[in-house]
Design a protein around this ligand. Sequence first.
Ligand code: PLP
Ligand code: ZN
Length: 417
Amino acid sequence: MSLYCMTCNTPWEGEGDEYICPRCGGSIASDNCLEKHREEFRRLLRAGSREGIWGYQKLLPYEPHIRPVSLGEGNTPLLKAEGLGKRLDMKHLYLKNETLNPSGSYKDRFSTVAVTMAKEKGVASLALGSAGNAAGSVAAYAAKGELPCFVLLPTAAVRERAWQIQTYGARMIGMECSIAECIHFVQKGVPVLGWENVSTTMKYHPWASQGYKTIAYEIGRQMEFGAPDWVFCPVGGASLLGKVYQGFEEMFRLGMIPHIPRFAGIQAAGCAPLVKAYRENRRSTELWKEASTIAFAIADTETFEGVTALDIIRKTGGLAVAVTDEEILEGLKLMASSEAVIGEPASASVIAGVQKLRRKGVIEKGDSVVCIISGSGLKDLPLIAKSLPGYPVISGETLNCGEDSAVMAELRQYCCV
Ligand SMILES: *Cc1c(COP(=O)(O)O)cnc(C)c1O
Ligand SMILES: [Zn+2]
């Protein structure tokens, strides 16, 4: 399938292996010849897929000749968040629960395509630079696909991520540098070490990134093709926002949804190059000097797909907003206690963003809003624990005395609702 620029529509004719539009800096995507397959695609989208993202392969850039390396990714629930909606004074709030993917994040929709493609190509080994979730995801599929996998991870990354990667059997190499630099070194290693670069940015893998479009296809079907007013996405490198938009845009062009949602890009205040560029009315983002936030999965100092994300946010009438770590933790606990979804800080940033924009009146009570809950906070319990209250402990002495009443009296003291 041919490649083109998502922002200025120029066909991709570049050589080399960095896919960024030479004309405008936009993202490169694959053309699935929508108009030609109009009826077939409409039928497919309406029917949905029982095989997760692979049931949509006709709309994706690649149909494998081998059995896909799959772990049951995709087909995640869209939860109507009534309790959380009440707390935020909203009537139609939804959570697309991507935490339920096999490795715990939406990145699995990329990895299943990337690892299947690599396996079919007969590569010797995979390598990627990652802030943690991408590597956890690729490492999972590498294990299933029986391919060696090397991970360059910034030493500042969360320990639990490294443990997950190692448990899948991938080889970890800690790097005292940023995530963007880790990805750069992987690319350098391709000709020297025989690696296949499976870093999750579109810049190196425009095909597998298309796997993220299936999030939009699923939401479309789950809402019976009445599109939401808003989609809230966390933004790091901005692949997620760009591809979810592309999925909605395709459904709109196929005449399946009445409108394209407005896109809100949420970043952490401690690393917000997209929000800065949006506010300053720029076309492209600048490098953020130093990231400082608990939302590690979106702490990208370089917004690989900044041009495309800014274009999407503006043309859909959306916006970009930054939230503080405190607001993120509040959102995280609010979502967990009202909807039983524990998102990691990067995902909870979206709830903080909704709360902020609802308070300001930018979002109205009756607007329908879909939040992409991108990854699981079960990997972040040590971090979350820091903001939880202590709990009482009943001493062993009281328990051993044989007299229930003392224990009950103490329990009663702690357990009034
Ligand atoms: C990677 C990641 C993001 C950011 O996605 P981008 O495509 O880099 O913008 C958000 N949340 C989680 C949980 C992630 O793993
Ligand atoms: Zn372009």
